[in-house]
Design a protein around this ligand. Structure first.
Ligand SMILES: Nc1ncnc2c1ncn2[C@@H]1O[C@H](COP(=O)(O)OP(=O)(O)O)[C@@H](O)[C@H]1O
Ligand SMILES: [Mg+2]
Length: 454
């Protein structure tokens, strides 16, 4: 690689890094909006007088955040650069910029109406609740537009030079997106909001989903005992004990490099175990090769999707059934896949490489389902996707569970993974350090600090 190429790769990866940070912050804000919705319905349904302290904290948070991101002259360098490259986006960008100014006025109005609730309850409820509903809706729309239009266009159109300028132009000291210290500060504020959120809201709107009973649920399906895995001389998984019961969604969370992918690959047989034992439905599979495990019903969707980019959507799906031959049954399954993922039917003749990230994730899941898994191993299905697409992927996972597929879900997106899970494990440098129900892990102080950023 020439020096220039190296610089370019570096700058591009800075662009991706910037986008990832923006998306993460959108998610955090989205959760605050979820919490506001819960508080709103609590106020309307139960005629609960709003908790003034909590609302003020939330309003402060939103205001402080948007002020920090968007008030300096260099604030919307991203908008400026994108506008220059894409004139057709300019009206939208103008509208979004106006949204920030209007948002500030709306917040002032909300503060006023909240104060009214304290002195004139219940008459003041309705104006406050209407204004609040309008506000959260507008903010959601704003995030959707940034996620759905601005970021994809920026990703496509901005050069490495643009990204370098966007990042450099920011006042990193005070920037809640790119300033390390300031991000800490905002994490602290979110923590405070949680501390004064009533228990029944589960904190930041993260209520565990109601358990869905699946056929044959509850029996031990996969049992792992004392499992170790090494790359060469370096052992990266040590003495792993875990159990997945039939019909469960079990989530595995842990920092980058903890060994999550290695664990999944050891379960699916792509990586040999150096010690320990793995039984599936009572059969010892420790030394059984990967393709045979697929036939037994253990199927993995790898990290980063890894679809075959130069093959059509259709052919990718068929490859998922390679252990099953090409029977009428496989063709019927293909039809079912298209019914489950209509977008894949629409794009069945497209090359997989032409699909968006979310569509590729669906394709990777569809391909795995073509093997008729009984235990599906998902490695970070939400990685790099926008919040709305993530919701969709998580909905699909919930559906699969209802259909009776047992799921082992690896996620860095710990909050959603644990909210969805029956049980979960936390992996730290190759060891299981915490286990419990999804609910227990969500309320575990250590998990909150380390993985939920709260
Ligand atoms: N193919 C490999 N060869 C050598 N070391 C690896 C390999 N893959 C992963 N590792 C190392 O193993 C550890 C666990 O990695 P991984 O399972 O990918 O973690 P996670 O999925 O939790 O991010 C890391 O220290 C990583 O550097
Ligand atoms: Mg991984």
């Amino acid at each position: 690689m020439s020096e220039q190429d190296t610089d370019m790769a570096l700058a591009q990866s800075r662009g991706e890094q910037a986008i990832r940070i923006i998306v993460q912050e959108h998610q955090a804000l989205w959760r605050i909006l979820d919490l506001l919705d819960l508080l709103l319905s609590d106020m309307n349904v139960n005629e609960q007088r709003p908790d003034e302290r909590l609302f003020v904290k939330i309003f402060d948070y939103i205001e402080h955040f948007s002020h920090r991101v968007h008030s300096t002259p260099t604030d919307i360098e991203l908008y400026k650069r994108l506008g220059a490259r894409s004139p057709e986006t300019v009206p939208l960008l103008d509208k979004l910029s106006r949204g920030y100014r209007v948002g500030h006025e709306r917040l002032q109005e909300l503060r006023h109406l909240l104060a009214q609730c304290m002195t004139h309850w219940p008459e003041a409820r309705e104006p406050f609740s209407h204004a609040l509903a309008r506000f959260t809706e507008a903010l959601r729309k704003h995030i959707r537009k940034e996620e759905g239009v601005v970021i994809p266009r920026a990703r496509k159109l901005l050069s490495e030079d643009d990204w370098a300028h966007i990042i450099e132009s920011r006042d990193v000291e005070n920037d809640p997106l790119f300033g390390e210290r300031v991000r800490e500060e905002f994490r602290e504020l979110r923590h405070e909001i949680i501390n004064c959120t009533p228990e029944r809201f589960g904190g930041l709107g993260l209520t565990p989903s109601a358990p869905v009973q699946a056929p044959g649920a509850g029996e031990g399906m996969l049992v792992v005992q004392g499992l170790a895995t090494a790359y060469g001389q370096i052992e990266v998984l040590h003495d792993i004990d875990l159990r997945i019961n039939r019909g469960e969604i079990v989530s595995l969370v842990g920092a980058n490099g903890a060994g999550k992918s290695t664990l999944l690959m050891t379960l699916s047989g792509l990586q040999p175990a150096t010690r320990g034992r793995l039984t599936f439905e009572g059969r010892d599979l420790t030394r059984v090769p990967a393709d045979q495990r697929v036939a037994e019903g253990i199927v993995q969707v790898p990290e980063g999707r890894q679809v075959f980019k130069d093959l059509s959507v259709h052919d990718n799906l068929l490859l998922g059934a390679y252990t099953r031959g090409r029977s009428q049954e496989v063709m019927d399954d293909l039809d079912r896949m298209y019914a489950k993922f209509p977008i894949l039917r629409q794009k069945r003749h497209n090359l997989a490489g032409e699909l968006s990230g979310g569509q590729q994730q669906m394709l990777a899941m569809g391909r795995a389902l073509m093997a008729r898994p009984r235990l599906l191993l998902l490695d970070e299905p939400s990685m790099g996707l926008a919040p709305l697409i993530i919701e969709e992927i998580f909905d699909i996972i919930r559906e699969l569970k209802k259909e009776g597929i047992t799921i082992f879900l690896v996620e860095q997106n710990a909050s959603q993974a644990l909210a969805l899970a029956d049980r979960g494990y936390v992996l730290e440098t190759g060891r299981v350090v915490i286990e419990g129900t999804g609910r227990e892990l969500l309320s575990n102080e250590k998990v909150r600090e380390a993985y939920l950023g709260m």
